[in-house]
Ligand binder design. Structure first.
Ligand code: ADP
Ligand code: MG
Length: 695
């Protein structure tokens, strides 16, 4: 067996390969572009392109593609081969700097939310040299940003890079105030933990709902669900273990540092976590990971479900976005330090995150809002739709002491004085145990836990970075003008805690009492995508996002429309699929079982005096349920028809939430009851027990 250390990153045009294949001058120039964003000379681009092509061909590649992340949520690619005609009728393999740096996919069929009229379909992709090129399936993949010709972002990478630049700029101002002049750049890092389900491919094929929508639209709970809690961290079944090993290998070849794998809470549910990386690379890698997960599953006769809620009544899947900020000197700014000065700096960054999360609750909430994730948030398995921060008791006590000018810890005689006193040592363990908080401090990073399993992590990080950049800016504006830095710093932190401590909650986030309490504290509770998404256009959000150059106003409005369109399209497909399954599969199957039972009664009665009480009751119940399903299906048909007449997108989203989704619930409820009364051999597709325990 080949050693991991030998094949890790073997398909990546990484630093090692760059050094080996580029001249020193070209390498240095490219490094400058990667590290500091300096523009790339065309002669350098040509040299890099030539080296990339030779390396890729050596590895068996015949094509290249500009790989990008349009607003559809999945990645896009168009493959061009390297071939170019030669005078002798044969071909040579070519790849120029121009082709590396810029591409022009036909952009007309990607969502732009009105940014780009279809007659002006041109958009272009631009190479992102900060994310390594790689080879997959015989093609050289070049990570790129996707823009319109007028410069508007049409993807998720451009605003993510802009948000990283915003936080870099503001954090550097803060560090300078602390006398930290060596630092050249500040970057955010992310480690996304990815949850997923595995189901058997043959069973999957029999379910239109899984095929069309990625989740089961019908299905009664099996006799055994997850109540035994025997799956979490349980031993991994051989077929799953083989899948995971294969997946690790594929990811490692692509330079993705897959680190942890284990079973999750629900049966058939698992998790994979990589080692954290710079945010834009983590985003590219997570996108690739999701794709590879699905591809490898096929090879094992499995299907990998990334939907947030594949099974009603069973835990859904999310993604934990572990986030930190650190300097090019390797200092994690969210790590409590050893000296008083380091601690003061840590507390300022901590205060900034607290204020940012409080001021921009809506932006964080809507960054994870999708039709799929609406089924999870607030359903006692994932954090509620209310944003709050978990800090742990120790850190909360420190902040209390600062806010109220009282001694920390009761026994200490001294008050906490910033810039003078050393913070108590926090044990990482004591901060890491709350699993119900949407946004938890875990010792040296924050874990944003509301992301859905299929979400791109870009949206959450764009908004998080932007919000923190904004608060750091406010802090820097204030502190840059003061004469007594330590005293002003102390006052600023104190004031920030006082004004924003409402967002801190260390208790059980799944408790209904918390929702009531949160309401009293004035926190937002945006339950659905339809409720959350329009807030991106609130003035305070538009002002902040445009001030930091994250989005233009036009981009913000277009994004709202794209995300809402995504929501309504998703639910509409689900509704239509439900009607189809109910009319063509479920109602006929139930009717057939009822008819057969009724015939059996007739036969029985013809030969005996039996009353056939059970069968008669069953046939009656089934007939009633058939009528109920028919009525509910008709109501859903009407709702879908009415929905199609609504032109204003926010109204359409409200209609989905208020009318279509409840109609779907009604149809499902009748069908699930029918399922529990119908003999298994009559049911038209595999039930939950088969799907969940069939691998
Ligand atoms: P768990 O949450 O299961 O206790 P960890 O906290 O160790 O596990 O790691 C979860 C994820 O957080 C991993 O992807 C890990 O690489 C990432 N992570 C660890 N430290 C940091 C950090 N400083 N910044 C960002 N992500 C981090
Ligand atoms: Mg975690």
């Amino acid at each position: 067996m080949e050693k991991v250390t030998e094949y890790f990153g073997s398909m990546v045009f990484d630093d090692r390969i760059m050094k080996a294949t580029l001249s020193e001058k070209v390498y240095k120039s490219l490094k400058r572009t990667i590290d500091r964003g300096t523009p790339l000379d065309i002669s350098v681009a040509n040299a890099v392109a030539a080296a990339m092509k030779d390396w890729a061909i050596e590895k068996g590649a015949t094509h290249y593609t500009h790989w990008f992340q349009p607003m559809t949520g999945v990645t896009a690619e168009k493959h061009d081969s390297f071939i170019s005609p030669a005078p002798d009728g044969r071909v040579i393999m070519e790849f120029s700097g121009k082709e590396l740096v810029k591409g022009e996919p036909d952009a007309s069929s990607f969502p732009s939310g009105g940014l780009r009229a279809t007659f002006e379909a041109r958009g272009y992709t631009a190479w992102d040299p900060t994310s390594y090129a790689f080879i997959k399936d015989g093609t050289l993949y070049i990570p790129t940003a996707f823009c319109s010709y007028t410069g508007e972002a049409l993807d998720k990478k451009v605003p993510l890079l802009r948000s990283m630049e915003a936080i870099n700029k503001q954090a550097l101002r803060i560090l300078k105030l602390f006398g930290n002049t060596k630092v050249k750049s500040v970057k955010t890092s992310v480690g996304p933990e990815q949850e997923y389900f595995l189901v058997d491919r043959e069973m999957w094929k029999k379910r239109k709902d899984l095929i069309m929508t990625g989740r089961t639209l019908f299905g009664a709970m099996p006799p055994k669900g997850q109540e035994m809690d025997d799956h979490y961290f349980g031993s991994i079944k051989p077929r799953v273990a083989e899948y995971m090993a294969d997946l690790d290998r594929e990811l490692w070849k692509l330079g993705i540092p897959a680190k942890t794998k284990h079973n999750e809470v629900a049966p058939a549910q698992h998790e994979l976590a990589p080692i954290y990386d710079t945010t834009n690379i983590a985003a590219d890698h997570n996108q690739l990971t999701m794709e590879v997960m699905q591809k490898v599953a096929q090879r094992h006769g499995l299907v990998c479900l990334l939907h947030e809620k594949p099974f009603a009544g069973v835990n859904g899947s999310g993604k934990h976005n572990n986030w930190s900020i650190s300097t090019d000197q390797g200092e994690n700014l969210l790590s409590p330090g050893e000296t008083p000065a380091e601690n003061a700096q840590f507390l300022l960054f901590l205060a900034a995150v607290i204020k940012a999360v409080d001021d921009y609750q809506d932006l964080l909430r809507l960054s994870v809002a999708t039709a799929g994730n609406d089924h999870r948030l607030g359903a006692n398995e994932a954090p509620p739709a209310v944003i709050s921060i978990f800090l742990g008791d120790e850190l909360t006590a420190v902040l209390d002491a600062i806010e109220t000018d009282t001694p920390y810890g009761g026994t200490a005689k001294e008050k906490m004085k910033l810039g003078v006193d050393v913070l108590p040592q926090f044990s990482k363990d004591s901060t890491d145990r709350n699993r119900t908080s949407p946004f938890a401090f875990t010792g040296n990073k924050f874990e944003f836990r509301m992301l859905g399993s299929s979400n791109s992590i870009s949206c959450a990080n764009i908004h998080l970075n932007a919000a923190v950049a904004e608060v750091l800016k406010q802090f820097a504006d204030e502190l840059e003008t003061v004469s007594d830095f330590n005293a002003s710093l102390h006052e600023l932190i104190k004031r920030t805690i006082k004004e924003h401590k409402r967002i801190i909650f260390n208790g059980n986030g799944y408790d209904d009492a918390w929702i009531a309490e949160a309401e009293k504290r004035g926190l937002m509770n945006l339950k659905t995508t339809a409720d959350a998404m329009p807030h991106i256009c609130d003035k305070k959000n538009v002002d902040m996002l445009t001030a930091h150059g994250i989005f233009t106003e036009a981009e913000i409005f277009s994004r709202r429309d794209i995300m809402l369109e995504n929501y309504i399209k998703t639910v509409n497909i689900e509704a239509v699929t439900m009607i189809d399954m109910a009319r063509k599969e479920i109602i006929p199957a139930t009717a057939k079982f009822a008819a057969d039972t009724a015939s059996a009664v007739a036969v029985k009665k013809s030969v005996s005096k039996a009353a056939c009480k059970y069968e008669t009751k069953l046939v009656t119940e089934l007939s009633e349920l058939i009528d109920e399903m028919d009525t509910a299906a008709s109501e859903l048909e009407d709702a879908v028809a009415e929905f199609r007449t609504i032109e204003v997108i926010v109204d359409a989203a409200d209609f989905i939430r208020d009318t279509v989704l409840p109609a779907m619930d009604k149809l499902r409820s009748a069908a699930d009851k029918a399922e529990t009364l119908t003999a298994e051999s009559y049911w038209p597709f595999p039930a939950y027990d088969k799907l969940l325990f069939g691998v």
